[in-house]
Design a protein around this ligand. Sequence first.
Ligand SMILES: Cc1ncc(COP(=O)(O)O)c(C=O)c1O
Length: 337
Amino acid sequence: MSFPRLPRQDQSVTVSPIRFSHWPTPLDPAPRLATALGLGPDDLWVKRDDLTDFGGGNKVRKLEHLVAEALAAGATVLVASGTAQSNHARATAAAAARVGLRAVLVLGGTALAGRPGNLALDGLLGAGVVHVGGLAGGALDRLVEEVADQLRAGGEVPAVLPFGGSSAVGARGYVDCAAELDQQAPDAAHVVVAVGSGGTMAGLVAGLGPDRVLGIDTGAVPDPVGRVAALVAAQGAGAGRLRVHRDQVGEGYGLLTAAAADAMRMAARTEGLLLDPVYTGKALAGLAVAVAEGSIRRGERTVFVHTGGLPGLFGHAFASELAAAALGGAAEGATLT
Ligand SMILES: Cc1ncc(COP(=O)(O)O)c(C=O)c1O
């Protein structure tokens, strides 16, 4: 069977990516959010990578390259790992379904009772979920290897995808996004994006250069700068001096901060723009600080990359808090007369 393919941007790459979504994603103005942040109304634009297929988000671009390589290598099953609310695992399950492969998801972290979020989609997509629960340090990686060995013993050809989809191959998806942005907003001074496993920022830096990309760390890995730099180098580009702000991590990865909650409310209530608590909420909070401290100034065209993640909100404790506040009515500012 053949799949729709995208043109290769990089002629040194032999496998054409598979087209999994509709490109380019829109670049939408956000004048009310811009004003609320203290920017001019024309300064802020949102790159809508949340509007991709498979439940939305940045993982789809990476998977176009990763799954193309897996198919070229004769894979019969995709193996992805992450937390119980992994957007990457969910998107992998969808990509596997699209190309007729099996997906096995090795998930650590805790699945909160009654808040299924991405796990519900994993089930809907028919993925095999191997583990949900607390797993420390390298234990998840070891479990992934065990699962891959078992699959091989059963006659399957597993393709073990990199953590968060962030490898030299996966990051190519965001070199593609950088090329879109070059067309859509050639004068953008700042492109602001959440950093988890680093491939998204790395691809953008490889395509746009280090000065224009501001990464907001979400605490997913201990050395985000080193990871991004290595992934940029793997694209054959120079990382230069990376702009990574690490002041939004709070208590740690996945744990909501007051600033992220405020940023989520601000985006929702000024633009109807729905962010998630783990990545994009923290990224917008980081953008707000950058404006407040003057590293992003009025009159400088700024792109906020919306990397998706909304299904994860429904797997997060913050969802219950928001629902309770909505039922509380006036407490959250909605007074009916
Ligand atoms: C919604 C969302 N935004 C941003 C990121 C960060 O992307 P990366 O892992 O490429 O740094 C992730 C990664 O899981 C994500 O799920």
